[in-house]
Design a protein around this ligand. Sequence first.
Ligand SMILES: C[S@@+](CC[C@H](N)C(=O)[O-])C[C@H]1O[C@@H](n2cnc3c(N)ncnc32)[C@H](O)[C@@H]1O
Length: 209
Amino acid sequence: MSGLDLRKRWFAAVYGRLDQRLKVATAPMRRELLSDLTGDILDVGCGPGTNFEHYRADAHVTAVDYSEHMLPLARRTLLALPQPHAVIEVRQADATDLPFRDASFDAYVSTLVLCSVDDLDAAVEEAWRVLRPGGALRLLEHIRSATPWKARLQSWLNPAWGLVADGCHLDRLTHRAFIERGFEVVEERHPDLPGEPMPVVALRARKPA
Ligand SMILES: C[S@@+](CC[C@H](N)C(=O)[O-])C[C@H]1O[C@@H](n2cnc3c(N)ncnc32)[C@H](O)[C@@H]1O
């Protein structure tokens, strides 16, 4: 077993348990961010399927995760969803190299994922490619603090944190990378994540039509 596989296996075991607390704490912001999306939706880094209950019943969701250890948890969540619920297909894929045609989705969703991708620019480029013109981008991500000493602390903690949390970067400005690529901001909010010291961004944006 490679080091990367071990890291993914460990993270699936830990996050699968932590997820219950996080799920309750973040439910209102997920609902607010996701429940109006329609059409073909790509949920990248779906993990144990934390977002599934928040999609409209008439949506079609492709939920991907690069970790084969997360996929069974997502499938279990899908089986337990109360009816009616969205049509959801769970499959393995990497956010930095998506196996989908250009302009094949109406919406791209990432919640607490892009802090840990190795190549953020590649993930942003893939989001741009697979979204149709005018398509919706919805992000819920923890980000670097605007307070200098907290940002320095985040950078200092980064190496150790990355080892236990699947390569997570505490000090990324993930949403900025999307805005710099050309996504148009519809709404940027910074809600408190209950019980979490990390600043969070909830971004609604769109690819220009
Ligand atoms: C912290 S969990 C978040 C899960 C879920 N989105 C949520 O909001 O609870 C991060 C997930 O992203 C996945 N992930 C990390 N890097 C990825 C990548 N490059 N491509 C696809 N999934 C990735 C991990 O396997 C993990 O399931």
